[in-house]
Design a protein around this ligand. Structure first.
Ligand code: GDG
Length: 490
């Protein structure tokens, strides 16, 4: 907010994302409000609230239409309105082709090394283009000035920066790509690779979580477009314009006072054990994610299997509580993953379980944020074993929740977060026995060492928080604007 006021006065902020930050759904008790399980929403909501901007997103909730006004606007958060949410309506066909199809069966597996083959259908691509146009028009409608800052979020909108640029040539368009960018050889399989790159280069600034993804993007542009690449200046000149390509590691809002005083870790632990009917003497490992094949959920269960084989004295003493919020569940790859998870959990529980003891508790349900916070605080270890992940906010949320400075984070080397959270136990999720040993190391780690590591991790997440993420992008935007103004002055 300070940066906007000082460096970019009178600049309006427009956020565009597929997912809306507040969803209205019909529930048993009438219209209910939900905050979706999304890293992007967790990161951007506090920023938009602070800046009183406009957020444009797909209105996907069953009660979204009736809760919006005639302009498709709703003020949010409902209990303390701070900014406008503009809902964009999509037909079932558009949603299927653009979101489920091109974005989630095409781009998502293309960008993640999870060995899931991307599916490219011409009909999905048609929808993707049409929906990008629809959102670009919404940006232009909502813009009250000629020079807004437009924050475009993620792989759903690769074409939107160019489309907005055509209609608002003076806008500062910052596109943040929340998932990895693959190397140019992998990217080359996309039938519409040139169009995607061209669309993204409508941005003034293009952000990725880590430098490797920036390098991969620059490499892809160099290979497939007639452009000039300045690797040192991290800039691409293309079609008479320049796009800066920078890394901005995303983060979370650091909680001022994590929880009321009475909700200590011991309190959270008692509550969680009671709720899931667990014995009071077990150690608790937790995993929290959307049920997604990139997150390495099966792999952590295989690691549990290895761990019990190597350390049979732990059978009966460790429970893995896995929260798996349903996600994209109409897609075959996600249905198959759900089935595989259920089968594997049954197998492992049959092998090591006994009367009143299930080593893995899989809960395929969405939980509210307080419940997640209790889980983080109750855990002896938190496992983030993504096969590939842009950043991973669960790792940072776990650290932020641990104001008791205890608990161990086991973190995949292939999550962007591993570049910052060096005091976690870093694992290769493809190596089940290595990950099993990491569980052992975590479970037997002396409390002094846990504290030393956790203190350092907390310092990192506290200072590299989500305001710094947004702040660095806005500072770069301010520099660009100043440069433009100097140019105008001659
Ligand atoms: C993408 C990138 C990048 C999970 N279950 C529930 C729930 N969650 C929340 C977590 C966390 C968020 O969802 C998940 O964020 P991640 O970062 O872990 O993963 P993605 O959703 O894949 O996010 C990722 C991120 O964008 C941001 O750039 O870090 O790499 O893939 O906040 O707490 N939240 C609620 N109930 C649940 O059951 N309320």
């Amino acid at each position: 907010k300070q940066i906007l006021a000082a460096e970019l006065p009178d600049t309006e902020l427009i956020v565009v994302s597929n997912r809306e930050p507040y969803v209205h759904e019909h529930g048993p008790g009438g219209v209910e409000l939900k905050v979706p399980a999304s890293g992007l929403v967790s990161a951007l909501e506090p920023i938009t609230r602070t800046c009183a901007g406009t957020w444009i997103a797909h209105g996907g909730g069953s009660a979204d239409r009736e809760t919006a006004d005639a302009n498709d606007h709703v003020m949010v958060p409902p209990d303390a309105p701070a900014y406008t949410l503009r809902r964009v309506w999509l037909s079932e066909e558009e949603y299927k082709g653009y979101y489920l199809g091109f974005a989630n069966e095409g781009l998502w597996p293309l960008c993640h090394i999870a060995f899931e083959r991307p599916i490219f259908r011409a009909a999905d691509w048609e929808c993707y283009q049409a929906v990008n146009r629809k959102f670009a028009d919404a940006v232009v409608q909502e813009a009250k000035t000629k020079r807004p800052i437009v924050l475009v979020q993620d792989y759903h909108f690769a074409l939107l920066p160019r489309l907005v640029r055509e209609q608002l040539p003076e806008a500062i368009i910052i596109t943040f790509w929340h998932i990895p960018w693959p190397n140019s050889e992998v990217f080359s399989v996309c039938p519409w690779r040139e169009q995607i790159l061209d669309g993204m280069l409508g941005s003034s600034i293009l952000g990725f979580h880590i430098q490797l993804h920036c390098n991969n993007f620059i490499e892809s542009v160099d290979r497939f477009l007639e452009s000039r690449v300045d690797r040192e200046g991290a800039a691409i000149s293309y079609g008479g314009r320049t796009t800066l390509v920078h890394s901005y590691p995303i983060s979370i809002e650091w909680p001022e006072q994590t929880t009321p005083r009475r909700r200590t870790s011991a309190w959270a632990r008692r509550r969680v054990l009671e709720r899931f009917n667990l014995r009071p003497d077990v150690k608790l490992a937790v995993g929290v994610e959307r049920l997604d094949y990139t997150k390495g959920i099966l792999d952590r269960f295989h690691a549990m299997d290895e761990f019990f084989q190597q350390h049979s004295d732990w059978i009966g003493r460790l429970v893995f509580l896995q929260i798996a919020a349903p996600s994209r569940s109409s897609l075959p790859a996600y249905q198959a993953l759900y089935q595989e998870c259920q089968t594997l959990v049954e197998e492992i529980n049959a092998r090591y379980g006994s009367e009143g003891y299930q080593p893995i508790v899989l809960i395929p349900e969405h939980h509210d944020q307080h419940e997640l916070s209790d889980l983080y605080r109750a855990a002896d270890l938190c496992v983030v074993s993504s096969l590939h992940d842009g950043m991973n906010l669960v790792a940072k949320e776990f650290v932020a929740a641990r104001d008791d400075e205890a608990g161990v984070l086991v973190l995949s080397a292939f999550a962007g977060a591993s570049r910052e959270l060096l005091e976690a136990i870093i694992v290769n999720p493809f190596d089940a026995s290595g990950m099993g040993e990491a569980f052992y190391q975590a479970l037997t780690m002396p409390i002094e060492e846990q504290r030393m590591r956790m203190r350092r991790l907390r310092e990192v997440v506290r200072s590299n928080n989500v305001y710094r993420w947004a702040g660095s992008m806005l500072m770069d935007a301010a520099r660009l604007r100043q440069r433009e103004q100097f140019r105008e002055l001659g």
